[in-house]
Design a protein around this ligand. Sequence first.
Ligand code: FE2
Length: 219
Amino acid sequence: MASSQYTLPPLPYAYDALEPIISQQIMQIHHQKHHQTYVTNLNNALASQASAMQAQDIPALLALQQNIKFNAGGHINHSLFWKNLSPPASPATDINASAPNLKKSIDERWGSLDAFMDAFKKTLLALQGSGWGWLVVRAPGQGGASGKRLEIVTTKDQDPVDSKDGTPVFGVDMWEHAYYLQYFNNKAAYVDGMWKVINWAVAEERFKNGIETSSLLKL
Ligand SMILES: [Fe+2]
């Protein structure tokens, strides 16, 4: 069965645009090698799945499930991540100007932006092994809250945020490939630097209207 191929989405900025927070070297390897590999492996797994379906090979289909989940998750997570970053000192990194509604909800939820940042950092640094840290928003009624509710969650490996846990507002890649060449084992410095490159305009948009679907798994 012929199938369309997923492709690597271009970065919305130059490879060196996030310096000095994230080096050009990291961005190039992360995007061109790591993200590309998730896309390539996803396409291969989907092709194998199509063959297995045609052959009605159930054991093969079951064996492919984790492969598809891992690589599709990697494609989704990185596509979201690139978009929720912005060059340091660019207008989108100003939360007050770019995300007034989200800022208000963060203040209500954690008491202050600083308290939120501290909680986010603690949660991400407690993540064992590879994974992601996310600010998510839960719809009214989801999780028992009466209104929209912000939460900090982590996902393991390349698991995407489960929709029952909320909608991603922004994510931070906590795999070593995201920081090790520049920060070595100093994960705290990497997370601290993130606040200078979070794209609050994208975060505000996701907070209000959900994640953009243009770069996700729709062909
Ligand atoms: Fe990554």
